[in-house]
Design a protein around this ligand. Sequence first.
Ligand code: ZN
Length: 331
Amino acid sequence: MSSEPANLDWPVDLPWLATDWRLLRQRFNGQQAPPHALMLTGAPGSGRTATANHIAAWLLCQQAQEDAACGTCASCRMHQAGSHPDLLQVKLEEDANTIKVDQIRALIHALNLTAGFNGWRVAIIQAASSMTDSAANALLKTLEEPGDKTLLLLLADTRMSLPATIHSRCQQCLLQAPVREVALAWLQQHFADDEQVLAQALDMAYGAPLQAWSLLRQDHVATARSIAAGLQSLAAADTDTQSVLDQWQPWPAEQCWHWIQFWLHQWSRQCLADQHVDAAARQALLQLYDQAAESAQTVASGLRQDLQINAWLLRWQGMCASHAIMQRISP
Ligand SMILES: [Zn+2]
């Protein structure tokens, strides 16, 4: 849930990236040789995938305009259909945590084949920091000499999440999240929800607009609000843990843990800034956050998650009875 979805079904009007796009295009139109390896970094949801696709579409287009692909030529149509032979994608395979050396070898092999359309070949490596050491090593030579009119785009949260041998061979582009007003105005163009809901989605996405877009599309904002409501009812002793579990029953345990941690993180920040909350109460809140993070790790282990969540909720209830924290929290 924390990473940027890699599908192409995304809005392409991303006004806060206009400057980044223009500067990137200049690197290909300028006097100097165009880059052959480019690392796009930025927080999840800042628009890395959209930027990579934009650059790829523009380079592969058969009648590219100065600032964008034409959107109608054979190459653009294949790109839109996700079947362009000169656009190669490497990403985490389902249920995998790493990009394996075989995936990189297959990419290198494909890059050695002749380009079919306008001569350019583009490879996008999603979640590049997930490459195993041997996958990263296999890529080194290709990063240095990928061949004419070949561009490798590596996507990652931060430059430092990749080995120096990799990032030192790439040009860098750090995508900035937009200021809040710009992000909110953009969300308003896409969703009819009232501003409070959109603002909350943006908070939940830590300010990254595409992440907020994704949360709103998947109805995660409503889920998050229900999780908060359950925690608040327990804090006010209005309900019991079984009733809360029943209300949360529609959602997978992974989502429940995600939003429990999210709210505890938000509330801990509020308490840290509130001089009326004493140190023992802050400590108790942080301890519960850590316990939630630990319990969330058990999802894959096969332990019964209703029991895990119930045990945590009982601790939460006990903490709220001992420390009057929730009265200090603004909804
Ligand atoms: Zn085109």
